[in-house]
Design a protein around this ligand. Structure first.
Ligand code: GCO
Length: 443
C-alpha cells in the first residue's frame, strides 16, 4: 500500500500577471519591460502581446469559479509591479491595489488560499530606464514594492514568494537574448544575478513584517545533462547547472555562489552582501518540466551552448522531453541540498490545441504527463523528499512569452477572440485526482 501524501497536501494551479491579466493600459497600470519587448519586431510569435491575454483583470471572478469547479485549495499568481507602482517606485496606483484586494477577497470567499509571487518578470519600464536589475538600487526598489504589497494584502495573504525563476529572466534577458531587455553583456549578466539576489534578501526582510508570513522563493530546477558523454560537454553541463540551477538558491539558502560564478560575481559583491542575501525562508518552490542539455561552445563567453533533447527521447506535444524520473530525482536533490519544505509550484505540458468538433479538448497527452509526474512526486515523497504541495502550470491557456499564444498549458482552454473558457479533459481529471487524494488522506 503506497503511503499517501501528507493529509494537508496543497493542490493548486499557477498563473502569472503578464501572462493572463491583460488590461495592460487600464486603470493606471504603467508599462513593463514586456510591453515594450512585445512591440519589437520579431520578438514574439505572430507579434502577440499581453495587452489582452486572458482578460483576467476583468474576468477574475469567472476564473475563481473555474478553480472552485476543479477543487483546488490554493492559487499561485503574481502581482504586477507596474500595476501597483506605475513608475516602479513612488506614488502607488490605488486602482491597481484595489484589483488585488478584489482578487484576494474572491479567493478567500471561495476557500482558495492565495499564494502571491511578487515578481514574475514584468519589471516596470521606468526602472529598466534606470538600469533595471543591473542597478544595485534595484534591491531597495524591490523591497519598497514588497512592503507596499505586504502592507495592503498581508492581513489576508500569508504565502509569499519573492521571485519566479530568476535564472531564466537573467540568462535570457542579459546573456542569451530572447527576453527583455535582450542584451548580451557578461558583466551586466553577473551584476543582475547579484542584484536580484540582494533584492530577494531585502524583500524577505520586508515581508517578515507580515504577521504569520510564510515566505519562499520559486526556482526552476532541471537536471543539466551533457549532449554527448565527453569531458568537454560534461564541463558545459556543469556550467549550465551552476547558472540555471544554483546561481540563486545556493546564495539565498546555503549562503554562497557556486565556485564557477564567484569571479564574475565578485566584481559586484560588497562586504556583508551574502548576509543580506541569505535570509531565513520557510519553503522552496520548485518549477520543473524536463531535463536540459548543454554542449561545449568555445565561442560562448559562458563556455556552453544549449543542446537539443536526444532525438529518441519521449516528448510532450511541444517537444519538451518527458522524463518523470528526472523530476523525482530533482525533488530528492533539492530536499537534500536545501533542506526546506518543497512545493512544486509549476509542472505541466504544453500543446498547440484547438476545440474539437464537440467543442471540447480531450487532452489525453497532458493527462498522461500530469499523472506520471504526480506519481514521480509521490515516489520522491516516499523516498524522503518533504514535498507539501503541487501546482499545475497552468489554470488557463495564456501568453507563453516568446511563443505568444501558440503554446497552450492550461487545464482550461481560452478562446482569445471571445475570451470563452472551456475546461479541458485534464481539468476534470485533476479534479478527480484531488478528490481521490482527499478521500485517501482522511481514510
Ligand atoms: C516559465 C514560467 C511560466 C511559463 C511556464 C511554461 O518557467 O517560463 O514560470 O511563465 O509559462 O513555465 O513555459
Amino acid at each position: 500500500m503506497r503511503r499517501p501524501l501528507r493529509r494537508d497536501f496543497v493542490w493548486g494551479v499557477s498563473t502569472s500577471s503578464y501572462q493572463i491579466e491583460g488590461a495592460a493600459q487600464v486603470d493606471g497600470r504603467g508599462p513593463s519591460i514586456w510591453d515594450g519587448f512585445c512591440r519589437e519586431p520579431g520578438r514574439i510569435a505572430n507579434g502577440d502581446t499581453g495587452d489582452q491575454a486572458c482578460d483576467h483583470y476583468h474576468r477574475y471572478r469567472e476564473d475563481i469559479a473555474l478553480m472552485q469547479s476543479i477543487g483546488v485549495n490554493a492559487y499561485r499568481f503574481s502581482t504586477a509591479w507596474p500595476r501597483v507602482l506605475p513608475k516602479g517606485r513612488g506614488a502607488a496606483n490605488e486602482a491597481g491595489l484595489a484589483f488585488y484586494d478584489r482578487l484576494v477577497d474572491g479567493l478567500l470567499e471561495a476557500h482558495i488560499e492565495p499564494w502571491v509571487c511578487l515578481y514574475h518578470w514584468d519589471l516596470p519600464q521606468a526602472l529598466q530606464d534606470l538600469g533595471g536589475w543591473t542597478n544595485r538600487d534595484s534591491a531597495e526598489w524591490f523591497a519598497d514594492y514588497a512592503r507596499l504589497i505586504a502592507g495592503r494584502l498581508g492581513d489576508r495573504v500569508k504565502r509569499f514568494a519573492t521571485f519566479n525563476e530568476p535564472s531564466v529572466f537573467t540568462i535570457f534577458g542579459y546573456s542569451a537574448g530572447g527576453q527583455p531587455p535582450g542584451t548580451k553583456e557578461l558583466e551586466s549578466f553577473y551584476a543582475t544575478i547579484h542584484h536580484v539576489n540582494l533584492a530577494h534578501g531585502a524583500a524577505v526582510d520586508a515581508l517578515r513584517g507580515v504577521a504569520g508570513a510564510s515566505i519562499g522563493v520559486i526556482h526552476n530546477m532541471q537536471p543539466a545533462r551533457p549532449a554527448h558523454p565527453t569531458p568537454a560537454d560534461g564541463k558545459a553541463a556543469a556550467i549550465l547547472d551552476d547558472i540555471w540551477n544554483r546561481a540563486f538558491p545556493d546564495p539565498q539558502i546555503i549562503g554562497d555562489y557556486p565556485a564557477s560564478l564567484r569571479a564574475g560575481i565578485d566584481l559586484h559583491r560588497r562586504e556583508g552582501d551574502m548576509e543580506r542575501i541569505c535570509r531565513p525562508i520557510d519553503w522552496l518552490g520548485v518549477n520543473h518540466y524536463s531535463p536540459i542539455y548543454a554542449k561545449a561552445e568555445g565561442a560562448s563567453p559562458l563556455g556552453f551552448a544549449w543542446a537539443e533533447v536526444p532525438a529518441d527521447a519521449p516528448r510532450s506535444p511541444i517537444g519538451w522531453q518527458v522524463d518523470p524520473e528526472a523530476f523525482r530525482d530533482t525533488l530528492l536533490d533539492a530536499h537534500d541540498r536545501y533542506g526546506l519544505p518543497i512545493y512544486v509550484t509549476e509542472n505541466g505540458a504544453g500543446a498547440a490545441e484547438k476545440l474539437d468538433a464537440a467543442g471540447g479538448v480531450n487532452d489525453v497527452e497532458r493527462i498522461d504527463y500530469l499523472s506520471r509526474y504526480i506519481e514521480a512526486m509521490r515516489e520522491a515523497a516516499e523516498k524522503g523528499a518533504d514535498v507539501r504541495g503541487y501546482f499545475v502550470w497552468s489554470l488557463l491557456d495564456n501568453f507563453e512569452w516568446g511563443a505568444g499564444y501558440t503554446n497552450r498549458f492550461g487545464l482550461v482552454f481560452v478562446d482569445y477572440a471571445t475570451q470563452k473558457r472551456v475546461p479541458k479533459a485534464s481539468a476534470r481529471w485533476y479534479a478527480a485526482t484531488i478528490k481521490a487524494h482527499a478521500a485517501q488522506a482522511t481514510s
